[in-house]
Design a binder for this molecule. Structure first.
Ligand code: DX5
Ligand code: ZN
Length: 234
C-alpha cells in the first residue's frame, strides 16, 4: 500500500482519537492532560441542534484547544448544516482536519475544496443510513473518511454492526482507486468493538465514553489500542 501524500499514515497500528464530548465540560483541559499523551488525535464534535438534536461547541472551543495544546492533532467533526456556512470560522480556529457530513453539504465538492483552500485537511463523514455512493464522487478529495457507526448527536450509544461493511468497502475503494485517505470510525467504540473495527480496516477509532467515562482515561486508551491490535489485519 502506498502512503498518503497528505503526510498522514495508515498502517497496521490503529490510532485512537478520544472525543472530548464525553469529558467534563468544565474541565476539558484537565481531561486532555489526563490522557497522559496516550492519545493520537483529539476529536472535537461540533453540533448545531439542527443537523443533530444536540448542541456542543463553536469555533472558540477549537481556538482555545489549539492555544492550550499547540502540538495536539485536532480532528474536528462538524455536525452542522449547511456545512458551507461554517468552514471559514472553523478553519480560522486552526484544526488539523475539518470533516463535514455529506448529508449537510449542499455542494460537497465546493465545501471540501474550501477546506483544502484554507490550508486544512478535508474529511467527509457518512451517517449509518446514507448509502456509500453519496461519498464515492469525492473520495479523491479527502484525507479522511469518517464512518458514523451510530447516528450522530450523542455519546454512549451502541455501535450499529451493519456499518462495518462501509469500512470494508472503503478499504477496497481506496485500493482500487489508488487513493490515500484514512478511515475513521465514530460511535460505540469500546475495547470489545475495537477489534472488529480494526479488522474491517479502520485506521482511527474515535472514543468518547469509553475514554472519558473511565476512571483512568490513559489506561482506557491503552485498552482500546490493545483491543484493536488483537485483530488488526497483518
Ligand atoms: C456523536 C459523536 C461521537 C461521540 C462518540 O455524534 O460524533 O464522536 O463522541 O461517543 P461514544 O464513543 O461514547 O460513542
Ligand atoms: Zn464525532
Amino acid at each position: 500500500m502506498s502512503q498518503p501524500a497528505s503526510g498522514l499514515k495508515y498502517g497496521r497500528k490503529v490510532m485512537i482519537a478520544p472525543s472530548i464530548l464525553s469529558a467534563d465540560p468544565l474541565a476539558v483541559g484537565d481531561s486532555i492532560r489526563a490522557l497522559g499523551g496516550e492519545d493520537d488525535w483529539i476529536h472535537v464534535d461540533v453540533m448545531d441542534g439542527h443537523f443533530v438534536p444536540n448542541l456542543s461547541y463553536g469555533p472558540m472551543m477549537v481556538t482555545a484547544l489549539r492555544n492550550a495544546f499547540p502540538d495536539k492533532f485536532l480532528d474536528v467533526h462538524l455536525m452542522v448544516e449547511p456545512a458551507e456556512d461554517f468552514i471559514d470560522m472553523f478553519a480560522a480556529a486552526g484544526p488539523d482536519i475539518l470533516t463535514v457530513q455529506v448529508e449537510a453539504a449542499r455542494h460537497v465538492h465546493r465545501v471540501l475544496g474550501a477546506v483544502r483552500s484554507a490550508g486544512l485537511r478535508p474529511g467527509v463523514c457518512i451517517d449509518p443510513g446514507t448509502p456509500m455512493c453519496m461519498i464515492e464522487p469525492v473520495l479523491h478529495m479527502v484525507d479522511l473518511v469518517l464512518v458514523m457507526t451510530i447516528n450522530p448527536g450523542f455519546g454512549g450509544q451502541k455501535l450499529l454492526p451493519e456499518t462495518l461493511y462501509k469500512i470494508e468497502s472503503l478499504v477496497r475503494a481506496r485500493e482500487v482507486r489508488s487513493l490515500d485517505f484514512l478511515i475513521e470510525a465514530d460511535g460505540g467504540v469500546s475495547p470489545e468493538t475495537a477489534g472488529d473495527l480494526a479488522l474491517s480496516g479502520c485506521d482511527v477509532l474515535v472514543a468518547g465514553s469509553a475514554v472519558f467515562g473511565a476512571a483512568d482515561p490513559a489506561s482506557a486508551v491503552r485498552a482500546l489500542r490493545a483491543g484493536a491490535d488483537v485483530k488488526r489485519r497483518a
